[in-house]
Design a binder for this molecule. Sequence first.
Ligand code: DI6
Ligand code: FE
Length: 406
Amino acid sequence: MADWDLLLTDARVATLAASAPEYGEIGDGAIAIADGSIAWVGPQKDRPAGKSRKTRSLGGRWITPALIDCHTHLVFAGDRSQEFEQRLNGVSYEEIAKTGGGILSTVRATRAASAKELFDTALPRVRALAAEGVATLEIKSGYGLDVKNELKMLEVARRLGESTDLTIRSTLLAAHTVPPEFDGKADDYIDLIGDELLPEVSKRGLADAVDAYCESIAFSAPQIAKLFRQAIDFDLPVKLHADQLSDGGGAELAAYFNALSADHLEYTSAAGVEAMAAAGAVAVLLPGAFLTLGETRRPPIEALRANGVPIAVASDCNPGTSPICSLRNAMMLASRLFGLTPLECLAGTTREAARALGLSHDRGTLEVGKRADVAIWDISHPRELAYWIGTPQLAELIIGGHTTGP
Ligand code: DI6
Ligand code: FE
């Protein structure tokens, strides 16, 4: 009987293990996979005796944990290129939102689309991410903004997970903005989410977390606090779009509720960073939105580092503020625009992204016992992953121990 299902030899391994320095590099490495998990990883010369059903030499190629995109809105209908042109002509994101455009324009298109249409347009986006090494990704609702259409979005996200080899985590973002039916009655809408939508989502197991948009054009901290209390009663972890366009105390709010992550953070204060550090919340940085909106104020990177806040990087793929369906591009932008090191970018799309999804026990590094989600690359050093734009370098993506298709 074989001990392992697959043995990869002659690999340069970047384990990204938190206990190892830098990339966790193993120069002449091997990795043994059994039952979809990593059974052994280390230098070839130390490999224990064992039989493998299949053995493959990687010819010195680099392997890393498969990538994880921990913040996307990739289920949506329509596009907002017209608003992009308006913004190029000086109209602000907030002004567009206040006149019925912005998120609400995607809500109109998404409500009008069938579940099949949403699935068919989202699938190529999932495939595009997989083609660059992503094996786990998160998808938020938030373009339905009523019970029926939020459920429709979450069902599509679940079906994308069932129809592909990827792990897809879904997040209820019904508190994305106030829907037109509740104009001027944001509190009533928050009540609808808590009283009707959340119980149904929980009963049907349609979401893995609850998110909200804390911003003057969306919801206030007290409104979100009310929703978060209810989410926690349903055993759903929370996360927050925080301090993107102004300091709304979002980081502090997220920390107070032990959020998995607080995302964006351009305007987060020193106190907000300290609160996140104390709560162990991950800072998810979204340079695609920063680029697309022409923002100039960067997230407080130095303070995040100094306080030991884990930093993740995500695509934020959405039609309004981050029309970027590429995690690799987000990595490059995070280093160029925010000054993250290439190592921080790779850790931010593997180990720390897993943590932002509450999955660090199971993936994000190449360590014994973790899921065998492995990316094999045609590169000469992992820093290249935060360097090239639009350059295909993935040789192979292994998910749960199995090679995935093209
Ligand atoms: N993520 C979001 O949810 C909002 N901004 C961001 O970066 C708005 C998305 C949208 O405009 O559709
Ligand atoms: Fe977002």
